[in-house]
Ligand binder design. Structure first.
Ligand code: ASP
Ligand code: MG
Length: 467
């Protein structure tokens, strides 16, 4: 099989982690599969790069020097712990050091100019992946696997120039990725690609948005028509509920892209939604594999998943710490533009709208957002809407949770909603707002946060998901 394997920041956080990654790759390489590796930055690197970029732009050169030393030491320590062969180790450290120097120069440049543009920020925060790819390459070489480290741009991923959230131009990308990777794969060389980063057509470095290395894996998978894309995670796979809440939560063996995207939206974000979207579009099965159980099948996410009889609901998810914002005013009736405006205001503030519900009397519109964005959302809405005659009040309420019941089998199966709300009533859980996607893939509702555990457990039991 042709497999794209993606390893996240936690899996390569230190020497032990790197060694484990090496062992996994070696196993599947030996089994005769053609492999392409995509790696994230070492754990927390991207956050610290983003932080140091800000400090540099305030002229803090001391912080830049300290950062340089810390990053160099961290990568060197990991290499020394994971790579045994002296030559491979020396070579690996040398190529990482060269990049650390580059990074240092860029940060000093930013400190001199005292300005951080979106373009220079993307350049800086991509260094986590620019350092981890040669590191992983060194680990593989040490285990006798011939491999080659490539940045996202070198691997052929071309994007638009929306720095911080760039989108791949798939036609050029497909062509260039094949050109870059096919010859390596032919020769049995394992490419190790820096996830998250790519390049514009002019060769300027871009990033695919935070958490974007899953997305890199799907893009590469689509381009080379991989049989499967595997994302190695610290968890078993996608679960029927959060195992921290429900003891009997089980791994889901098979799930559709649409269902997995609903789960991601409602708090179970094991895989980046853009990675799922891309894999779905280009029909590449996406597998979540456990680092703790390399032989296990994990969860396969694909387009067509047969709904087994009686298996109407796949999973129950929840998001805690949600706030409800209610915009109301007697004269909202028949003003569809107001709903659009409300959403636009929240989008402009970068606030994630988790759920929308509008009463049919159209006297109010209610939106669920993360609690952390509550004050910001209320301010922005009040500033733009109050005094506009249409709107009387922007109210906010905290201490809430969203619970979502997800499953493709709900479509066309009458009585699921009745069963869900019957279970809630039986457990004396009061429901504050309800939404159902017209896709009928989910029913989501808002309850008090203190009721969330009870609600999820009851639904998990009622739909027999632990069996
Ligand atoms: N290193 C990047 C981030 O932390 C990309 C990723 O880890 O997927 O956002
Ligand atoms: Mg991630």
């Amino acid at each position: 099989m042709k497999i794209v394997m993606k390893f996240g920041g936690v899996s390569i956080a230190d020497g032990d982690g790197l060694r484990r990654v090496g062992t996994i790759v070696k196993k599947f390489h030996k089994d005769g599969h053609k492999l392409v590796i995509v790696t994230s930055a070492m754990h927390n690197m991207t956050d610290s790069l983003s932080e140091i970029a800000k400090r540099a732009s305030r002229g803090d050169k001391k912080a830049v020097h300290d950062f340089r030393d810390a990053v160099q030491a961290r990568h060197k320590k990991a290499a020394e712990a994971a790579i045994m062969d002296e030559h491979v180790l020396t070579r690996t450290i040398a190529s990482m050091d060269a990049r650390v120097d580059e990074l240092n120069n860029i940060l000093l440049g930013i400190a001199h100019i005292g300005e951080l543009t979106p373009r220079s920020k993307d350049f800086v925060i991509g260094y986590g992946e620019k350092l981890s790819a040669p590191l992983v390459q060194g680990v593989l070489e040490d285990l006798g696997i011939t491999s080659k480290a490539l940045t996202g741009g070198e691997a052929g991923i071309v994007t638009d120039d929306r720095f911080g959230d760039a989108a791949p131009l798939m036609n050029v990308t497909t062509h260039q990725v094949r050109q870059a990777l096919d010859p390596l794969l032919e020769e049995g060389i394992v490419p190790v690609i820096s996830g998250f980063i790519a390049s514009t057509q002019e060769g300027v470095q871009t990033t695919l948005g935070r958490g974007g290395s899953d997305y890199t894996a799907s893009i590469i998978g689509a381009a080379i028509k991989a049989d499967e894309v595997w994302a190695w995670k610290d968890v078993d796979g996608l679960m029927t509920a959060n195992p921290k809440i429900v003891k009997s939560a089980k791994m889901i063996q098979e799930i559709s892209f649409a269902e997995a995207m609903e789960l991601a939206h409602f708090g179970a974000e094991v895989v980046h939604p853009k990675a799922l979207e891309c894999a779905a579009k280009y029909l590449r099965p996406f597998r979540v594999k456990s680092l703790h159980d390399p032989e296990g099948k994990g969860t396969i996410i694909q387009s067509e998943v047969k709904v087994k009889a009686g298996n109407v609901v796949k999973a129950i998810t929840n998001i805690n710490d949600v706030s409800l914002i209610t915009v109301s005013g007697a004269s909202m009736v028949g003003t569809p533009r107001l709903a659009a405006k409300v959403l636009q205001i929240l989008t402009d503030e970068d606030i994630d709208v988790l759920m929308i519900s509008q009463s049919s009397s159209e006297e109010s519109i209610t939106l669920a957002i993360p609690k952390a964005s509550g004050a910001n959302a209320q301010n922005a809405l009040e500033l733009s809407l109050l005094g506009s005659k249409q709107v009387r009040e922007v109210a906010i309420e905290d201490g809430l949770s969203i619970v979502a019941v997800v499953g493709a089998g709900m479509k066309g199966t009458p009585g699921v909603a009745a069963r869900v709300f019957g279970t809630m009533a039986g457990n004396e859980v009061n429901i504050r707002a309800i939404a159902q996607g017209s896709s009928e893939l989910n029913i989501s509702f808002i309850i008090k946060k203190v009721d969330a555990k009870k609600a999820v457990e009851a639904l998990h039991a009622d739909f027999k998901l632990g069996e």
